[in-house]
Design a protein around this ligand. Structure first.
Ligand SMILES: [Ca+2]
Ligand SMILES: [Ca+2]
Ligand SMILES: [Ca+2]
Ligand SMILES: [Ca+2]
Length: 325
């Protein structure tokens, strides 16, 4: 894959092709980790929405907006997917389908399906279809053309939180309190003219270094080595403090980061305000598009490093604020 050591403008995104390749590997590797209940098919679907008239057929902009892989308690009959329509017109979803990577299931939308202007459309899944450890979804239109895809998603938290675009229709995915069938961030919707072909994956913010590489060694929960082309960088996570070697929780925290990141494609978003400590880069790290910094906090494998809240570029991100910045 193409990758640069640094990109001062911060446009160095994970590509859809990268994700597709990685998803294939991840799916195979984790086949035995997920429960095998239920099968996919037309009857696995129940739709909550009503039909409207005056329907737009320009369907290119519809996107997958929120996904609940791991609902609280049993996942059976509890998983759901939310679509979002950024366009100012009701849109017909006839013959649209969602394809899942883990079970290669196809979820067909019913012929009368319509998504309202600037609204959402909720698809409740019967059975258990979505993997909690390696799932990605694509949305195909009535011609079978893929018009949107999610990053590779991991949800080991058995609670109300979900993966969702914040703001609605934007490119950034966050793992946060679910808003089932409702807008994720009603205050701030993304530009409705966003191109449907832009990839819906993690990306850098700010102006400091941005690099893609592979995680080759995990030191502890919040420290890892990443190879970018032929250079190896030591990376410390911004705003996050995981147990050190002698501390309780070291093994669990390190294992978590290892399982999420080791050997994976990672994106390093260097902190604009806290560039380095000793020889390390301070950064937010995305492993297959999962934000490792917030995942560690969400799963209680690390604590917020509140001392960095005053200075870190990322202190204003939602996950950092949720944990006390
Ligand atoms: Ca669950
Ligand atoms: Ca959940
Ligand atoms: Ca699941
Ligand atoms: Ca929502």
């Amino acid at each position: 894959m193409a990758s640069n050591v640094t990109d001062p403008i911060g446009n160095n995104n994970v590509t859809a092709d990268d994700l597709a390749d990685n998803n294939t590997k991840t799916t195979t590797a984790t086949n035995d980790l997920d429960d095998e209940i239920g099968t996919a098919g037309d009857d696995n679907l129940q739709v909550v929405n009503d039909t409207e008239t005056s329907i737009n057929d320009d369907v290119a902009n519809i996107m997958i907006n929120e996904v609940e892989l791991n609902p609280p308690g049993s996942d059976l009959d509890g998983e759901w997917i939310e679509l979002y329509n950024p366009v100012d017109a009701d849109t017909n979803l006839t013959n649209f389908e969602i394809r899942t990577s883990f079970k290669s299931a196809t979820i067909q939308l019913p012929p009368e399906a319509v998504i309202e202007a600037n609204g959402t459309y909720l698809i409740e899944l019967d059975g258990q279809i979505l993997s909690n450890t390696a799932e990605s979804l694509v949305l195909a239109n009535s011609s079978g053309e893929i018009i949107d895809r999610t990053p590779s998603l991991v949800d080991r938290s058995d609670d109300e939180r979900t993966w969702q675009r914040v703001p609605d229709g934007g490119d950034e995915w966050q793992f946060t309190a679910g808003t089932r069938g409702q807008l994720n961030d009603p205050g701030e919707q993304a530009d409705a003219t966003r191109s449907a072909t832009s990839s819906s994956t993690a990306q850098c913010q700010g102006t400091a270094g941005c690099a893609e590489g592979m995680a080759i060694r995990i030191v502890d929960g919040d420290t890892l080595y990443v190879r970018v082309n032929s250079t190896i960088h030591k990376v410390d996570l911004a705003l996050v403090s995981a147990p050190s070697r002698m501390d309780d929780g070291f093994i669990e925290s390190t294992s978590f980061t290892r399982s999420l990141c080791l050997g994976s494609h990672v994106l390093i978003d260097q902190d604009d305000k806290l560039l380095t400590s000793d020889s390390s880069i301070i950064a937010v790290v995305y492993c297959e598009s999962a934000n490792l910094n917030s995942e560690l906090l969400n799963n209680n494998y690390a604590a917020l490093d509140a001392g960095q809240c005053q200075t870190s570029e990322f202190a204003s991100q939602r996950w950092a604020r949720e944990y006390g910045c």
